[in-house]
Design a protein around this ligand. Structure first.
Ligand code: PMP
Length: 462
């Protein structure tokens, strides 16, 4: 790892002293200090020294409208000065919720009955976990509680959402996962396809594994299957053709609910409003967050089918009230910003824009596929990845301790591009949806510089 490139400022110093950073190599941060970001403009952010960066990840796959959308600031201000807070408990509701639920039902990729609000993707998935229980208890099937989740899935960090997630570091030292979570394989053919296996055979093998897993657990105990249409934090995994069709046929056979985690893919990332449309999913619940508000304020939502809603409503009548809800479920500020975000998506035809500019990103990334550091370039819409490899022909990864992906990210940053490394030296790209072709070109040019630097460095030690 090379030396820090920027001096540590007073703001950075305070941060180092008192802030416990999420998802950070803590000891390394103590040595090097944080990058303090102070301002945003379009797809760019600026650090406290005035250096600009293209935000190639839209923050954490979320700032869809970039970092200076005035309509959202205005909507927030109007709401803050009209009704800054109210709740939705005990028969009350803040005004802006009504317009938002209508709009969300309009956007729903399959018919949905109700929308329940939370503040983060984790909470939305946690709520889905709870509703799976509530629903099956309501239907008199108290044994049907297990949820199947996939290796390398990412569903958040609360106790339940982290349990559903399939990344080891999210479980180690936390005594997770909770019971009732059953794991199956990740559909990443590049990494997990067997020698000589075709993609179609790989899909068949995973489908058989799912069927066998359900049989082993007992179909009467398996309640739901949760999946991101394209796995994000687990490595930007686009499933092979036919994967979801086979999975859904098995779920249907055993009366198992499908929960689509569209926290990254919801609202246009893949060039369709939802991943559900891309992969022809028939989910019973959908979780959304992130781009719901363009990340300007925290908000998430859980769509549930009418069938689930009816069962929950009946069962809750028997116990008095539906015993779930957050102080900030449907917070008016978040509602106002979410509603304005969805209006901007419509006014600016943002999903069409993604479809128009996506080839520029996807073709550009695939041009790097022949680079000696790149094992695979992949993606869909405005999400993509370069999976770095020690031996691309053999799909052999680098030793994790070498930190090749982390080195790349630092070099990219030095060239004015923020991207993120995921486990396995996978470089992720997920820019704001408003990005232009010229900005995509700039992002790719900076990527090329960082690849060249990384290649030069790798050659010094091997
Ligand atoms: N699901 C997916 C697919 C995600 O990518 C994330 C966050 N990266 C979450 C859930 C959790 O969202 P949050 O961080 O808002 O809790």
């Amino acid at each position: 790892m090379d030396a820090p490139t920027l001096p540590i400022s007073p703001a950075g110093r305070s941060d180092l002293t008192h802030h416990l950073h999420p998802y950070t190599q803590l000891r390394q941060l103590e040595r090097e200090g944080p990058l303090v970001i102070v301002r945003g403009d379009g797809v760019n952010v600026f650090d406290e020294h005035g250096n600009g960066y293209i935000e190639g990840m839209a923050g954490l796959w979320c700032a869809s409208l970039g970092f200076s959308e005035k309509r959202l600031a205005d909507a927030a201000y109007r709401q803050m000065t009209t009704l800054p807070y109210y709740h939705s408990f005990s028969g009350k509701v803040p005004g802006p919720v009504a317009a938002l639920v209508d709009k969300l039902i309009e956007w729903a990729p399959v018919p949905m009955g109700r929308v329940l609000f939370a503040n983060s993707g984790s909470e939305a998935n946690d709520t889905a976990f709870k509703l799976v229980r509530y629903y099956n208890n309501a239907r008199g099937r108290p044994l049907k509680k297990k949820i199947i989740a996939r290796n390398k899935g990412y569903h958040g960090v609360t106790m339940a959402a982290a349990s559903l997630s399939g990344l080891p570091m999210m479980h180690q030292h936390f005594d997770l996962p909770l019971p009732d979570v059953v794991r199956v394989s990740c559909p990443h053919f590049y990494q997990f396809g067997l020698p000589g296996e075709t993609e179609a055979q790989f899909v068949d093998r995973l489908a058989q594994e799912l069927e066998d897993t359900i049989q082993r657990e007992g179909p009467e105990t398996v309640a739901a299957f949760i999946a991101e249409p394209v796995q994000g934090a687990g490595g930007v995994v686009v499933p092979p053709a036919g994967y979801f069709a086979k999975v859904q046929a098995i779920l249907k056979k055993h009366d198992i609910l499908l929960i689509a985690d569209e926290v990254i893919t919801g609202f246009g990332r893949l060039g369709q409003p939802f991943g559900t449309q891309v992969f022809d999913l028939k989910p019973d619940m959908i979780t959304v967050a992130k781009m719901l508000t363009s990340a300007y304020v925290p908000m998430s939502a859980l769509y549930v089918s009418d069938q689930i809603y009816q069962a929950v409503a009946d069962a809750s009548a028997a116990v008095g009230v539906f015993g779930h809800g957050y102080t900030y479920s449907g917070h008016p500020l978040a509602c106002a910003v979410a509603l304005e975000t969805l209006r901007i998506y419509e006014d600016d035809r943002i999903v069409d824009h993604v479809r128009e500019v996506a080839p520029r990103l996807q073709d550009g990334l695939r041009k790097f596929a022949s680079h000696p550091l790149v094992g695979q370039a992949r993606g869909l819409g405005l999400i993509g990845a370069l999976e770095l490899a020690a031996d691309p022909a053999q799909r052999k990864p680098f030793e994790p301790a070498r930190g090749v992906g982390a080195y790349f990210v630092r070099r990219a940053q030095a060239h004015g591009l923020i991207v993120r490394v995921l486990g396995g030296d996978i470089i992720a790209f997920s820019p704001p949806l408003v990005i232009t072709e010229a900005e995509i070109d700039a992002m790719l040019a900076r990527t090329e510089l960082a690849l060249a630097d990384t290649w030069e460095w790798v050659r010094t030690w091997r």
